[in-house]
Design a protein around this ligand. Structure first.
Ligand code: HEC
Length: 135
């Protein structure tokens, strides 16, 4: 009885099909290895390591150019998870367009030090799918 209900729960918890998993893994790779998004978008703990419990939740940056920072230099980065303010404000569509074009809903690139990324449709959709799995 218990075993059966456990199986049913497992089945319910696995709605993600193999194709989706592949897309999410591609997105994870683009974000974690290639884009290094966490360097700026994840806060650090008191040991100076990325705080995995706040993965991509936005951070206070610990980088600034030597000398004077360019105008519009940001000292903080936004939360990139679906529960964050940015996502709530922009929605899926604008996030996807931003990843494809590097332009925000106002038609402008983000301020420094956010790099400008222009992903192919396939890669933009993969990054979006990965970000959507975050809490
Ligand atoms: C060098 C630091 C840095 C890296 C690396 C970085 N970001 Fe950012 N990001 C920022 C900062 C700072 C902002 C705030 C800029 C602004 O509000 O205009 C930002 C803003 C954003 C925004 C909102 C843009 C806007 O116009 O408000 C998105 C979406 C985003 N980043 C996604 C990503 C993704 C995805 C990656 C990895 C592929 C990434 N960032 C890597 C620093 C960084």
């Amino acid at each position: 009885m218990h075993f059966r209900s456990t199986l049913a729960l497992v089945a319910l918890a696995l709605p993600v099909c193999a194709q989706d998993r592949k897309q999410i893994e591609l997105g994870r790779y683009l974000v974690e290895s290639i884009g290094q998004c966490a360097t700026c978008h994840t806060p650090k703990n008191d040991k100076g390591e990325l705080d995995k419990s706040k993965w991509l939740k936005g951070a206070i940056l610990d980088i600034q150019p030597l000398g004077s920072a360019p105008p519009k230099w940001h000292k903080t980065s936004p939360d990139l998870t679906p529960s964050g303010k940015l996502w709530t404000k922009w929605g899926d569509g604008a996030i996807l367009r931003y990843l494809q074009t590097g332009l925000n809903p106002g038609g402008k690139p983000a301020d420094p030090p956010m790099p400008m990324y222009k992903y192919s449709n396939e890669h933009a959709e993969a990054v979006l799918a990965y970000l959507k799995t975050l809490k």
